[in-house]
Write a protein that binds this ligand. Structure first.
Ligand code: PGA
Length: 249
């Protein structure tokens, strides 16, 4: 009953020309996809990609958003700016933001609020590091991230939200969580949402897995009961590889 959602995260890749070429090649390959297909592109590619996906089943996403309405925040992009460019989704709290740019659960919370104010759909990333997993803290870390990142949101806010469980140790490393590990973590996340918010919200909320997902492991991951999609980094940079993930059925 939850529509699967596969989103590509290009990160800091693709000049305009490359973005245009990639999307043009991708469009026919994914046109019959049975899941929702999203491309989260660099800010500078938004206009190019929006034109290239016009009339297709591909949705447009960005990779970050600032929480302020406007003002003296050099280098930042507001939710209103994304909305103006007809962006639909926005990744918030990616582990690379947390690791390199001082993103915290508190700033994630503010960014989600700003995105929701402009009717953008946040893809909220949470996940543990290798150290945290190995010291048995995975559930505690996920619990804290859920409580702090989602503090204050109402049931209707969740209608527009997607969560992504991304174990940091599996991102860009070629190390995928096993389907059981991913399913178990996502089941824990869903259970926490159920206890903290409601059964209805938990049942409806789509939770993706992210971390070295590709054409070779997508089938097994997507066969798991709790996994509602994927957030795809490396494999989204090639049309054929991304299509392999999207067409997992
Ligand atoms: P990866 O990245 O697929 O390259 O591991 C996933 C992500 O960072 O969202």
């Amino acid at each position: 009953m939850r529509t699967p959602i596969i989103a590509g995260n290009w990160k800091m890749n693709k000049l305009n020309k490359e973005a245009d070429a990639l999307v043009k090649e991708l469009v026919p390959l994914v046109k019959d996809a049975e899941c929702e297909v999203v491309l989260c592109v660099p800010f500078t590619d938004i206009v190019t990609v929006r034109k290239a996906i016009r009339g297709t089943n591909i949705r447009l996403g960005a990779q970050n958003v600032h929480w302020a309405e406007s003002g003296a925040f050099t280098g930042e992009i507001s939710a209103a700016m994304l909305k103006e460019l007809k962006v639909e989704y926005v990744i918030i709290g990616h582990s690379e933001r947390r690791q390199y740019f001082n993103e915290t659960n508190e700033t994630v919370n503010k960014r989600i609020q700003a995105a929701l104010n402009y009717k953008l759909k946040p893809i909220v990333c949470i996940g543990e590091t290798l150290e945290e997993r190995e010291s048995g803290q995975t559930e505690q870390v996920l619990y804290t991230q859920i409580i702090e990142c989602l503090r204050g949101f109402k049931s209707w806010d969740f209608d527009r939200m997607v969560l992504a469980y991304e174990p940091v140790w599996a991102i860009g490393t070629g190390k995928t969580a096993t389907s059981e590990q991913a399913n178990e973590a996502i089941a824990f996340i869903r259970d926490t949402i159920r206890k903290r918010f409601s059964l209805k919200i938990a049942d409806k909320l789509r939770i993706q897995y992210g971390g070295s997902m590709n054409g070779g492991n997508v089938k097994e991951l997507m066969a798991m009961e709790e996994i509602d999609g994927g957030l795809i980094g490396g494999a989204s940079l090639s049309p054929a590889k991304f299509a392999d993930v999207v067409n997992y059925k």
